[in-house]
Design a protein. Sequence first.
Lengths: 416, 124
Amino acid sequence: MKRYSVFSLARNAVNYHKDWGRAWRSPEPKPAYDAVIVGAGGHGLATAYYLAKEHKLTNIAVIEKGWLGGGNTGRNTTIIRSNYLQDASIAIYELARSLYEDLSQELNYNVMFSPRGLLMLCQTEHELRAMKRTSHANRLAGLDCRMISPAEVKQLVPIINDDPGARYPILGAYYQPRGGTARHDAVAWGYARGADSMGVDIIQNCEVTGIRRDGGKVSGIETSKGFIATPKIGVVVAGHTSLIMQMAGVNMPIESVCLQALVSEPIKPVIDVVVMANTVHGYMSQSDKGELVIGGGADPYNNYSQRGSFLALEHTITALVETFPIISRLRMLRQWGGIVDMTGDRSPIISKTDLEGLYVNCGWGTGGFKTIPGSGFVFADTMANDRPHPIAEPFGLNRFIEGRLIDESVAAAVAH
Amino acid sequence: MLVINCPVCGIEGEEGDFHYGGQAHIRRPATTDPDNISDAEQRDYLFIRHNPMGLHFERWRCDRGCGKWFHAARDTMSMEFKAYYPITELPRLEVMKAAAGPWTGFFKDKIAALEVKPGGRRKR
């Protein structure tokens, strides 16, 4: 791997940028690997990266049906925060957020992490109380966060509608100063380049068609590019988890639904923090290009089509126009949907399974992007050592049989 | 935007007029055999879902019409509704036969019960 630096930039500039090498190879699959990751999204690539780097497992492959980073990794609103309610959640989301802090240096790839600050508005008395509780829980866990007054909200977000007579007035906000955004594609590309440079094969356009078993353990994986023998399979495929796991005879506690997002035409800088309005279902930040990046609630029904309904969009836009009247005449440039994997308690699943050698990392639902580094780190450890990493342990599949849920449905970004 | 028909009161509405109720035909194990339920059965009842790509069988409620729950068969890729049927009934035979993946097992004996025997007589 050629390192990127100011010198390589200068060297290539004088050469009219003709000599930049490819960031990763496009190898054909070998007949066998020590481990195979299914799904080259952020989580899968991060898993491969940490397997190679932390556990020296370099004879591994990441296989991907489409192109890397083309699923939810390239479809989210890039928000990074760790203000969850339960201790287990805070541990993994904060691990991920803190790994983002120096990810650009770690990967030698600019992921444009921008800890610009994140606000969760409180627009009802109930929400104010709930967020105070979250804030206390977060502070006890050592997170940098605080509650702020309506005046301070207005100071941080001048374009916000602070009319006390509004249907949902601003009563305060939860503020995480080190929350923010990153460049989503760059996170996938950076991990792909890092993993590839350590010898990991990233095989795109390769669809999984079956999982071969030998007694109580996996022996390999059937793909559109032929059979690949491997003793360890890590399934990291978000919305398609149920389908892949059913190939191995494992039924999952997952429902796949569509979550949409949209961006406006680019405008001058108007908002330099991330604002989430959970009561009215909308969140917004501004990209470096000037586009307002907008997300909202998920469609309610099962959906694999990556196309959502206008109803959910209308809800989101209505809420945001009420909160930020300045955007009412902006045109929206693009709109898209991603298929997210929802669990009953809105917490992820990072787990071994009853089938030896089969591991699963899924259930990140509407909030997977923010945890890519942490999820990859603990899942790699879980796969390498064949036991759950301490931070991943509470998120095992057994929690559904033990009734030991990690309820984040009330603490998630938007009410589901 | 989905356009949905309620098989109970007969109105047609868009998806905002209805409420989604998730997977259909889920039986609560405690209803039939409260003394002998394993933790796994209870987990399956509460959390495990078929989540198919393609034909799915699900519950909807006619929120702004009659208020009744009903069943629908819908394709989760094309969004097309293949059947609407009341909450205590089964879909048409050809819709049951189209069920694939995790749904196959559920409809197998129900299809068999409806199939005409070689002698021309219905089973049972």
